[in-house]
Design a protein around this ligand. Structure first.
Ligand SMILES: Nc1ncnc2c1ncn2[C@@H]1O[C@H](COP(=O)(O)OP(=O)(O)OP(=O)(O)O)[C@@H](O)[C@H]1O
Length: 233
């Protein structure tokens, strides 16, 4: 079943074709990686999906409805959570309060339990009372994911989540993402090809704002155009 469907999605910046006529489907419950060279349009594309940047032309359908013109907060309510490249944790608040804010935004009656559940998913439950700003960088990235999970999303969009993480942290991060599906669907922008090949069931390659290829990790690895443009083959 298709959870999200983008058709002819386009966003130019002063003539620069950041996203140009992209057709894209997300299957319910999959881990889907979005890869491509720097400047390929990955962040712009997911910003169009989350509503952070308005669409210039094209359509987005999510969970059976047209969301193309909905503002970002309305898309969050429908179940789209987006964690940014740049860390967005409130440093002066506790770890618990950061996640509780996310849980509260969907008017949950189980504020405490839901927040602890999200923290447990990422392994930060024992740090609930710690001031978020004193967490290591890796733990702050996990807290961001917990904040996303606190929204109980249907779709979790992760923008370069392993950037700056140590190898051991990357391994546990992979387990966390595997634990999120199939309840939630995951769209992952990721430069670390080991993480991509290990986690993703399907991969979409963007290049100069266009889809170069979509397929399984095996198909993407074997794709000549992808090798030339991105994989250095
Ligand atoms: N707000 C903006 N105004 C003008 N140009 C922009 C804006 N946002 C992005 N761009 C340009 O659009 C192109 C796509 O950028 P984008 O950040 O989406 O690429 P990316 O694939 O996410 O890159 P990276 O892997 O480096 O994060 C780039 O050439 C970028 O400079």
């Amino acid at each position: 079943m298709t959870l999200l469907e983008a058709r002819e999605l386009t966003r130019h910046f002063d003539g620069l074709k950041a996203v140009d006529g992209v057709d894209f489907d997300l299957h319910q419950g999959e881990i889907h990686a979005l890869i491509g060279p720097n400047g390929a349009g990955k962040t712009t594309f997911v910003s169009l999906l989350s509503g952070r940047i308005p669409v210039q032309s094209g359509t987005i359908r999510f969970d059976g409805r047209d969301i193309t013109k909905l503002p970002a907060h309305a898309r969050v309510r429908l179940g789209i959570a987006y964690t940014f490249q740049i860390t967005q944790v409130y440093g002066a608040l506790t770890v618990f309060d950061n996640v509780a804010l996310a849980v509260q935004s969907r008017h949950s009656h189980r504020l405490h339990d839901d927040a602890i559940e999200a923290l447990t998913r990422v392994g930060l439950q024992d740090r609930a009372d710690q001031t978020a700003g004193t967490l290591s960088y890796g733990h702050q990235r996990l807290l961001e994911v917990a904040m996303g999970l606190g929204l109980k999303p249907k779709l979790l969009i992760l923008d370069e989540p392993t950037q700056g993480l140590a190898q051991g942290e990357i391994e546990s991060f992979k387990d966390i993402v595997r634990g999120v599906v199939p309840e939630a669907t995951v769209l992952l922008i990721e430069h670390n090809m080991d993480v991509v090949m290990d986690l993703a069931q399907r991969i979409t390659v963007l290049n100069f704002g266009e889809v170069l290829a979509t397929g399984t990790p095996e198909a993407i690895r074997a794709d000549k155009a992808v090798q030339t443009a991105y994989l250095g083959g």
